[in-house]
Design a protein around this ligand. Structure first.
Ligand code: ZN
Length: 140
């Protein structure tokens, strides 16, 4: 029993950070006119959060994202791997009321199926913590 208790936190950590980046679902949404097809791919991603402060972005932070976007108060966007071009829309459950947000930034450690969601305060970013979530990627 003592042994089980000792390894329990380790297992929990593995569970939470062990996002495989696996593809859950792929489905197409066709608009009525038949012109636009939106491909929704759902990936399991490890989602962390950041804000424009020195702790999150370093001293050289100039409040501009890697895509050249000027950060405004209340902004919602994500930083994602290079395989997702700037402007790609994603739905992150629980972020921005689970409405689509755009990829507007990159991160040093944001590679593969890791994602960084943006908050305008450090406290909100810290509250988010680390989550393993099914993220929908929308592509035309
Ligand atoms: Zn911060």
């Amino acid at each position: 029993m003592r042994f089980l208790l000792r390894i329990a936190p380790v297992l929990l950590t593995l569970f939470f950070i062990g996002c495989q980046g696996s593809l859950f679902q792929v489905h197409w949404d066709s608009r009525h006119d038949g012109h636009v097809d939106i491909l929704k791919q759902e990936y399991e991603m490890r989602v962390t959060a950041y804000c424009p402060c020195e702790k999150c972005c370093g001293k050289s932070s100039d409040k501009t994202t890697a895509s050249g976007h000027k950060i405004k108060r209340g902004d919602t966007f994500v930083a994602a791997d290079r395989k997702y071009p700037f402007g790609t829309e994603m739905i992150v459950p629980g972020y921005n009321n689970s409405k689509p947000v755009k990829v507007l930034d990159r991160g040093y450690v944001i590679v593969g199926n890791r994602l960084d969601v943006f908050f305008d305060s450090h406290q909100k970013a810290r509250q988010w913590g680390v989550k393993c979530l099914p993220v929908k990627v929308l592509t035309n």
